[in-house]
Ligand binder design. Structure first.
Ligand SMILES: [Zn+2]
Length: 258
């Protein structure tokens, strides 16, 4: 059974995102094609010099509405602190979100299109990323309708060593954690999956179909990275709270690490 929860009102959410972003000093760019908006991008440089750079992306899968709503809520409540250089991609797949389906309107899973991109959405995203300086941390937001709670993918790096446990401990206070020993065919412990690939280019699980997180890592665009998964069988406020807690904890850890 696929996700049967609420469909995101994409037009209304984009209007509110742009308004909230402008209200709090973010620049808003929307790369547009004939089919409509394909990639809204919100940026705000820090007022501090040498500030850490944080990348947040969500709305990659159209049946995962909590991520865009979480970004909107953080913006409206002014939770993006000024000591970080922010780049936000709040809706990587607006067409899929309108349809409440994982893939885009062409039926393509965008999160398998980052090795040799063919979709307009991913081509636009990758072209933008390639023009930017690297980020210190990428926080990639998804949802999983099959999970029994929140979990995360921890890409082990020197910068983020040990952070995953702290993030899970904080999220546990607002949302159950998926304690399964295997999630999505990968071994998991206390809600943490640490994927290890011997050779990413040859790995049969990736089959040449790179997700966003692997692309960012392989092109050395990020120093550290987490992917957060909210349980979409839970109510929306709990999912949003879980994701917000994970984001704010990561940023707090980054701020104290620098
Ligand atoms: Zn997803």
């Amino acid at each position: 059974m696929p996700y049967t929860g609420e469909t995101l009102d994409v037009t209304a959410t984009l209007l509110r995102l742009n308004q909230a972003a402008r209200d709090h000093g973010f620049s808003c760019v929307s790369l547009v094609d004939q089919a409509g908006i394909i990639l809204p991008i919100l940026t705000r440089p820090s007022t501090y010099s040498n500030a850490p750079r944080v990348y947040i992306s969500t709305g990659m899968h159209g049946d995962e509405p909590a991520g865009p709503l979480m970004i909107l809520d953080l913006l409206e409540r002014e939770q993006f602190c000024p000591n970080i250089d922010w780049t936000l991609f709040p809706m990587l797949n607006p067409a899929g979100l309108r349809l409440n389906q994982r893939e885009n309107h062409m039926g393509i899973d965008l999160n398998r299109d980052y090795l040799n991109p063919t979709t307009k959405e991913v081509i636009a995203h990758v072209n933008y990323i390639e023009e930017q300086e690297p980020w210190d941390l990428s926080l990639i937001i998804h949802e999983d309708w099959e999970s029994d709670g929140f979990y995360l993918y921890d890409k082990p790096t020197d910068l983020t060593d040990g952070w995953a446990k702290t993030i899970v401990e904080r999220v546990r206070k607002v949302c159950p954690i998926d304690l399964s020993e295997a999630i999505d065919k990968m071994s998991s412990s206390e809600g943490i999956i640490s994927p290890r690939f011997e050779n990413i280019k040859e790995d049969p699980k990736l089959k040449g179909q790179w997700p966003e997180a692997i692309y960012l890592f392989m092109t050395e665009k990020v120093r550290g990275s987490f992917t957060f998964e909210a349980p979409s069988s839970y109510d929306m406020p709990t999912r949003i709270k879980a994701l917000e807690t994970a984001i704010l904890t990561s940023v707090e850890l980054l701020s104290t690490a620098e």
